[in-house]
Design a protein around this ligand. Structure first.
Ligand SMILES: [Zn+2]
Length: 322
């Protein structure tokens, strides 16, 4: 206990990179201290008094609170300080910030940029020195852009993104953009700029969350599809397509039959064998399969028109969380 002031100073140094309002001090003591405490308690029949460990963490916590003008929070501290005392009374201080989570939306106005990034081959996403603790193999994707920005802005590590749906590399994401959730480990700063953009991708942070929601979010997507057919299209083909509005589409997903509803559908011929189809449907409807029908999907556009059709491009116009 004579060394408290120098311990407090060491903790203060370790906390320097962190921006926080509340903290909690914990400690790991060597077994010999616990053993001696037990022996003392047994000898003097002491029951239910504060333990040596609690006294240590409480004293340090109080001194820190005074010195830093911050508060202790036992339930949800912004930073957690841990003092590990070894058998030679050497002390190691580690600081870990509570993860921070955001919800946001991104708009992508360029074709050819993938949504997701490959994991780092070394750590498979856990974060290592090779990937600068991003967990990614690079930053040339929407995921890469969001990750790189949020790591720089918060000083945190391995952002984990949970997407509300997915798109093709060649798809645009327009309107208000696609929603996503992201959690960042060990952030040094908990305040970030609400909007940032790079390479035709604009990201808006729409809220700060306690954590990423762990249930699957239900959503609907409005998609504009350019479809190509191997025969000349007729006006009657467009009428057939429009009848899909209000219908349910069945297909196989992970060896289970899934159903997605089509809420609205507009179709118009744009050239002899091309059509523009704008569809609003439950999120998770595989668009290419819906046009091409190579795998089981009922109904699908190729089957409906009795001709081989394929999806040329599809762009996301709106994503709405239900
Ligand atoms: Zn790595």
């Amino acid at each position: 206990m004579d060394g408290l002031d120098s311990m407090v100073e060491e903790v203060r140094q370790a906390l320097k990179p962190y921006e926080f309002r509340t903290f909690l001090v914990g400690a790991t003591l060597p077994t010999q201290i616990h053993d001696r405490e037990d022996a003392l308690r047994a000898r003097f029949k002491i029951r239910g008094r504060e333990s040596a460990k609690n006294q240590l963490t409480r004293e340090i916590g109080q001194r820190l609170a005074r010195r830093l003008k911050k508060k202790t929070d036992y339930l949800k501290p912004d930073v957690l300080v841990n003092l590990t005392v070894d058998k030679d009374n050497c002390i190691t201080t580690t600081v870990k910030a509570r993860p921070i989570a955001f919800e946001g939306r991104y708009v992508k106005k360029v074709r050819g940029l993938p949504q997701k990034q490959e994991r780092c081959a070394m750590c498979l996403g856990k974060g290592c020195p090779l990937c600068d603790y991003s967990g990614l193999a690079g930053y040339d994707s929407v995921e890469g852009i969001i990750t790189q920005h949020l790591m720089a802005a918060t000083g945190g590590q391995t952002p984990k993104i949970s997407w509300i749906g997915s798109e093709d590399q060649s798809s645009l994401v327009l309107g208000r953009g696609r929603p996503f959730y992201v959690r960042i480990s060990d952030p040094k700063s908990r305040h970030i700029k609400k909007i940032f953009s790079k390479d035709w991708v604009t990201v808006r942070i729409t809220g700060v969350l306690e954590d990423i929601p762990d249930t699957q979010t239900r959503f609907s997507v409005k998609t504009k599809i350019v479809a190509k057919c191997d025969r000349t299209l007729a006006a009657s083909d467009m009428s057939k397509l429009r009848l899909l509005a209000g219908r349910e589409v069945k297909f196989e997903n992970k060896s289970k039959v899934t159903t997605k509803k089509i809420y609205a559908l507009r179709a118009s011929k744009t050239s002899d064998n091309e059509a523009s189809i704008t569809i609003t449907a439950d999120g998770g409807l595989p668009i290419k399969q819906f046009i091409g029908g190579e795998e089981y999907m009922d109904p699908n556009i190729s089957q409906l028109l009795g001709a081989k059709c394929q999806c040329v491009t599809f762009d996301i116009l709106a994503v709405d969380i239900q």
